[in-house]
Design a protein around this ligand. Structure first.
Ligand code: GLA
Length: 399
């Protein structure tokens, strides 16, 4: 009797283990299991600067300049062609590339990008048409994913226009499943603008998901159709920090640094926040003509190291005094990165106290300013600095 119950117990146990393994197996097909984007993806995307005026020359020259400017060295890897590369489907349903803008075709372009030690990305849409009215992938998910793999695609941004009222989780799961069997590792970037709270369902489906509408090259403001200034986007990130981690990131949209609509101070704040937020860093400017000031922002190694910290903990707001805010993020080595943020227009002194960043009051810690590239000394209990209007002071605090 006892024996029997042991064997029944064992069988039940094995059954559970099998079920567990099955669940793991399912999980294996999803999210983290593609093993990609263990730190937030970095690269360049054509949309913010070029819109539909994108062609293969721009892509090749951008690949060249990523190397020449030191951006590849700084970590930028993906070159992603956004909307407008596709024109129709042929009689077999295969997606047709715009032959005027991309006469060499996608496989040759991917090969060129790969030959520069970079990775290649494209864009499609979960609906019938992309946001610019080009063919979407609805109903063609597996065919398109196979095509991307044949071309050598490493990254897919997948939009949400003309979605026909589909369930978002189901629509993005379909492309996830297609990518999982296409034979090539492809980072999956979900772009449904935060409409159905993708942070609640996308962790096992995509490597990153947009949390808001489209970024605009402006400091503050909201467009009727959903475009947002940098400040509005920052505000919408607070509270989402628990959903991000290695392999699955909140995406507050691509960078506008260097596109001309903001001051250098504002661009530095924009970039600082994206790094504190563990955001994907997709440059969105014309790299071929960028100023030294823009390049210095995009390649600040100390700030990028915050974005790429392997712990992958997104920062959050720890104090809100109206126009004066303090944000913080813990890093792998136990240090904290702090942004002192002045939303107002006048230079103002802002302080962070140690208990706000989970350090004891009497702890002595070294402070390094990540934009001045300067050790500021050792401090006990708090640190304060003057912060210019629309600016940040970004420091790393190490006990
Ligand atoms: C949407 C996306 C943008 C961009 C455009 C392209 O608006 O959110 O990032 O891809 O479509 O049409």
């Amino acid at each position: 009797m006892k024996r029997r119950s042991i064997s029944i117990g064992l069988a039940a146990g094995l059954g559970c283990a099998a079920a567990f393994l099955f669940v793991l197996g399912r999980a294996d097909l999803r999210g983290l299991a593609n093993g990609l984007a263990l730190t937030p993806p970095m690269g360049w995307n054509s949309w913010n600067k070029f819109g539909c005026e994108i062609n293969e020359n721009v892509v090749r020259e951008t690949a060249d300049v990523i190397i020449a400017s030191g951006m590849r060295e700084a970590g930028y890897r993906f070159i992603v062609i956004d909307d407008c590369w596709q024109v129709e489907r042929d009689s077999r349903g295969d997606i047709v590339v715009d032959g005027k803008a991309f006469p060499s075709g996608m496989a040759a372009l991917a090969e060129y990008v790969h030959s520069r030690g970079l990775k290649f990305g494209v864009y499609s849409d979960a609906g019938t048409m992309t946001c610019q009215g080009r063919p979407g992938s609805w109903g063609y998910e597996f065919q398109d994913a196979r095509q991307y793999a044949e071309w050598g695609v490493d990254y897919l941004k997948y939009d949400w226009c003309n979605n026909g009222g589909q369930n978002s989780e189901a629509a993005y799961s379909r492309m996830h499943d297609a990518l999982a069997v296409c034979g090539r590792p492809i980072v999956f970037s979900i772009c449904e603008w935060g409409r159905t709270k993708p942070w609640l369902w996308a962790r096992d489906i995509g490597n990153l998901w947009r949390t808001t509408g489209d970024i605009q090259d402006i400091w503050e403001g909201r467009k009727e159709w959903g475009g947002l200034g940098v400040v509005q986007i920052i505000d919408l990130q607070n509270g989402l920090e628990t959903y991000a981690g290695p392999g699955h990131w909140n995406d507050p949209d691509m960078l506008e640094v260097g596109n001309g609509g903001m001051t250098e101070t504002e661009y530095r704040s924009h970039f600082s926040f994206w790094c504190l937020l563990a955001a994907p860093l997709m440059a969105g400017n014309d790299l071929r003509t960028m100023s030294a000031a823009t390049r210095d922002i995009l390649t600040n190694a100390e700030v990028i190291a915050v974005d790429q910290d392997p712990l992958g903990k997104q920062g959050r707001k720890v104090r809100d005094d109206g126009d004066l805010e303090v944000w913080a993020r813990p890093l792998t080595d136990g240090s904290r990165v702090v942004i002192l943020f002045n939303r107002g227009t006048e230079e103002t002194r802002i302080a962070v106290s140690w208990p706000e960043i989970a350090y004891t009051e009497n702890l002595e810690a070294k402070v390094r300013d990540l934009w001045l590239h300067k050790d500021m000394g050792s401090f006990t209990g708090h640190y304060a600095a003057a912060v210019r209007g629309h600016g940040v002071v970004m420091v790393r605090i190490t006990p």
